[in-house]
Every structure is written in C-alpha cells, then in structure tokens.
Design a protein around this ligand. Structure first.
Ligand SMILES: Cc1ncc(COP(=O)(O)O)c(C=O)c1O
Length: 369
C-alpha cells in the first residue's frame, strides 16, 4: 500500500538524544542535562502557581510582560526581543527562516546538536569546522564557508565542551564573515561566564544594528541558571528584519502563560541568581579537583557542566573507559551524559549538581575500577 513519505532528508536526521534519567539505583542524581543545581527560582514557582486559576485563558501572544522584563534587564529594545518555547524553538525557527535545499550552515565540529538537526530538517547542508583544543576556531570557521552558506551557528560558551571564544576573536569572526551570512550567537550559558573579554552577543547585535548591518542574532534561555528547563522558555534578540521573520514563523501562542510569568519573575529573582552562581563556582571547582586527583582530564569550563576526558593515551581504550564509567555511574545512581554523537567518544559530560549530588558523583568516581 502506498504510504505518506516525509520530505527528502528528514530521515537523515539523527534525533536529539536527551540526557538520560534512568538508573537501577534507588537514589538518582540526574547530571545529564545541565539543569539547575538549585531547582527553580522560588519567585518563578510563585508566579507559576499564581497563573493556575487562569489556565483556560490563552497566553499573551506577544509575551509582552516577559519581553519588557528582558528588555529592561539588558537595556535593549523590547521590539527586537522574541520569546520562544525554549531557545531551541528560536534556533529552529531561525533555520526555517533562512535555510532551505541548496543552502549550507557552518558550525563548529563539537557545536550544539540542535544546529545540525534543524538544518538537516530544512533540507540544507551542515558544514563542520575543526576546533583546536576543543575550542571554536575562527579561521577554520571562515575557511569552511561556501558560496551557498547562509548561516553560521556558534554556542559561546559551547555545549558540550564548556569552552569559550573571546570577544576579540568573535569580533574578528564577524568582521571577516560575508555580510549576507547570519551569525547566530547562542548564549545559553552566558550568565556563568566570568572571563573579562566575553562577548555575550547582546553588545555585538547592538553594534551591528547601529552600523546598519542586520546580520547578527543572539539567543538566551531560562532553562539553565534560572532553573526553568521543564517550562520551555527562552528568548532571542536581533535586528528588526530577523525579528520579523521569526514573528511570521512562530506559533501565535508559542510560549505558555505560566512560562511567561515564571520567566519574568525568575529574571527579577536576584537573590536566587547570586546563590546559584556562587554554588556553581564552588561546586564546579570541587568536582574539577576531584576528577583531576583521580586521573581524569576535565576541561576548564565556563558553564554549569564539565566535559571530562578519560585516562590513558590510546583513544580506543579511553572510549572503552568512557562506556564503562558511564555504565558504572548509572548503576551508582549518578547519571551523566555520553557525548559520542558530538564526536567525543572518549569523554563524558557531567553537570554541576547540588552539593549532595556532586558528593555522590565523586564517591561513585572513586569506586570505579
Ligand atoms: C548551547 C545550548 N543552546 C541551547 C539550548 C537549548 O536550551 P532551551 O532549553 O532554552 O531550549 C541548550 C540546552 O541544553 C544548549 O546547551
């Protein structure tokens, strides 16, 4: 019997694999999706509950209060902010808006998975540029550009590597990139960065707009520092023509009412943000040291997770160790993230969890034979 067939290329997509949550252990610590170690912001929980009696009402289609809160927080034009059901939605919409068959998108070799998934879904080609020391490399990205390249995607800091490209390097990238290529700076982990020369994207978008260039866009999320991964809320900021494209493509009610309310309240919860950042700094350092002491090779991180290299010189043996360690940690109830699909078979990614979770992880690492 003839059957409906998907568009060409759709079946080439390797579906996104979320961080696992399963383990035979009775007490489970999920350290596989870089979620908030301190749960959600208490102010966001209160705002979420306050909407409960009005769940029959459609959300504000323009997410006005949320966009106004974002605009006030970052001193940017509210009209240039778009809200999304997670930043994933904004990233996917950008690709739907700018990529089609015959086009290409350039990304870094170990760049975030959604870029390749969404690009392939649009029928466009994914081009990966090699990194150096697990860090995005500007000249390699520029060299990878082809005449049909329409977009360049960059997570800064990047997931799963946790590494950062300096502001100077990023500006050099934009200056040397063709003007008709949209550069998207995914700043999902921006809040965790302490480096002096960091360009979170907002300043770069502003500078581009001022100079009459409509070719830089940035995205942010409430899923990490603000602890709202389960709600799906994020936002993007960029030039008017790009914002117009997103507003034409997005569903009219793409961000739910509880998500809008909780997002705005999380942004205002300065106490939670400060506590969370302190916690992350202290606990990330503790985890890093413990891993090093045990002979593993954690990569210095600007985020709420660590990419951890296995021991030894032989890549095959290291990849086998990553598999064995992943199995062992899962059995112990500390679930981390294998990153084979990121071309990193000899690494595991570990989120910085609560103090209790990190202690359990360190204990489980110690008893790995
Ligand atoms: C680099 C990067 N960008 C975007 C996202 C998506 O976040 P959201 O939950 O806002 O869709 C993630 C989530 O892990 C991420 O690591």
């Amino acid at each position: 019997m003839p059957a409906p067939t998907p568009r060409s290329g759709i079946m080439d997509i390797v579906a996104y694999k979320p961080g696992s949550a399963g383990s035979p252990a009775t007490k489970i610590y999920k350290l596989s999706s870089n979620e908030s170690a301190l749960g959600p912001s208490p102010k966001a929980i209160a705002a979420f509950k306050a909407v409960a009696d009005d769940l029959h009402i459609y959300p504000d289609a323009g997410a006005s209060a949320l966009r106004a809160a974002v605009a006030a927080e970052f001193s940017i034009d509210e009209g240039l902010v778009v809200a999304g059901a997670g930043s994933d939605e904004i990233l996917t919409l950008l690709m739907r808006g700018y990529l089609g068959p015959g086009d290409s998108m350039v990304m870094s070799r170990h760049g975030f998975a959604i870029y390749a998934i969404a690009t392939t879904g649009c029928g466009a080609e994914v081009i990966r540029a090699d990194e150096e020391n697990l860090t995005t490399h500007v000249d390699n990205l520029l060299a990878a550009v082809k005449p049909n390249t329409k977009m360049m995607m960059l997570a800064n800091p990047n997931n799963p590597t946790g590494t950062l490209l300096s502001g100077a390097q990023l500006r050099r990238l934009r200056e040397n990139l063709r003007d008709d290529i949209l550069l998207v700076l995914d700043a999902a982990y921006a809040e965790y960065v302490e480096a002096d020369d960091y360009e979170d994207g907002i300043g770069m978008v502003g500078a581009a707009i001022k100079s009459g260039a409509d070719n830089v866009f940035t995205t942010r999320t409430f899923s990490k520092l603000y602890g709202l991964g389960g709600l799906r809320v994020g936002w993007g900021y960029g030039p008017k023509p790009v914002v117009d494209v997103l507003n034409r493509l997005r569903g009219p009610f793409n961000v739910s009412a509880p998500a809008q309310a909780a997002g705005a309240s999380a942004l205002a919860d300065k106490d939670f943000v400060a506590r969370h950042l302190d916690h992350n700094k202290i606990e990330r350092a503790r985890l890093f040291e413990a891993l090093q002491e045990l002979g593993f090779r954690p990569i210095p991180s600007h985020t709420n997770f660590l990419l951890v290299g296995m021991k030894g010189e032989d890549p095959k043996a290291r990849a086998a160790m990553a598999d064995a360690l992943n199995t062992h940690l899962t059995q112990q109830g500390t679930i981390v993230r294998p990153v084979k699909e990121y071309f990193l078979p000899d690494y595991l990614r570990m989120s910085v969890g609560s103090s209790e979770a990190n202690s359990a992880l360190i204990e489980a690492l110690r008893c790995f034979k």
